[in-house]
Design a protein around this ligand. Sequence first.
Ligand code: 13P
Length: 257
Amino acid sequence: MSARRPLISGNWKMHLNHFEALKLTQELSYQITGDDIEHVDVSLHPPFTDLRTVQTVIDSDKLPFFLGAQHCHFEDKGAFTGEIAPAMLAKLNVTYVIAGHSERREIFGETDEMVNAKAKAILAAGMTPIVCVGETLAERDGGEAEAKVGSQVQAALTGLSAEQVGGLVIAYEPIWAIGTGRTASAEDAQAMCHHVRAGVSGIYGADAAASVRVQYGGSVKPANANELLTQPDIDGALVGGAALSADDFTRIVQFRL
Ligand code: 13P
């Protein structure tokens, strides 16, 4: 069994207003037990407009959830209309910030360089990046999945220390499995998460590779969570659709090693 503590993250994407987010957080707090939290860390990533509301309920009711964000800018202030600075998130007790989600890369043109700058800015603000990597279906079919993901990992982490890399989270999310109902087989997901870890080892050494947490993401559901999450190199899940249901997300959190 791995010494790494699994992290199950709910990425709510552009769903739920702040009332709905409050309701889902409260439902999760009724269903996820202290026993569950002994085994896993849980982070919730609502849209920006819901963060203050979810923070308030987590803090006031002392709920065992980490607050997460889905995105931020890499500058700490300035004329960037519509953007949010890392320090603004830190002030809301945000712990984890997703960086380089494939939807941000594909729809909003985020580059490897931006993801790298963002990872550095998130760390500088005292938070933990969840750096997303993953290949398209064409890249997978062309036998390029390992090369693509390896280069994304290398680019995203450039300039970080081995200690910083050891403390962060990398989410392997094959793009063809996101929101499609298609999941990588447990064997493929394990192989790719192992490949991510081997890439970290090659650049930052065995200690960083042994402690970095590698999540799998892409149509994780209660029915497949156990098989995926018990693989030796998979240290948790980044969950989209199923994170919007308290029942489904709880059942994913309740997988057992
Ligand atoms: P789905 O679980 O809906 O496939 O989304 C995965 C994802 O993108 C999480 O960040």
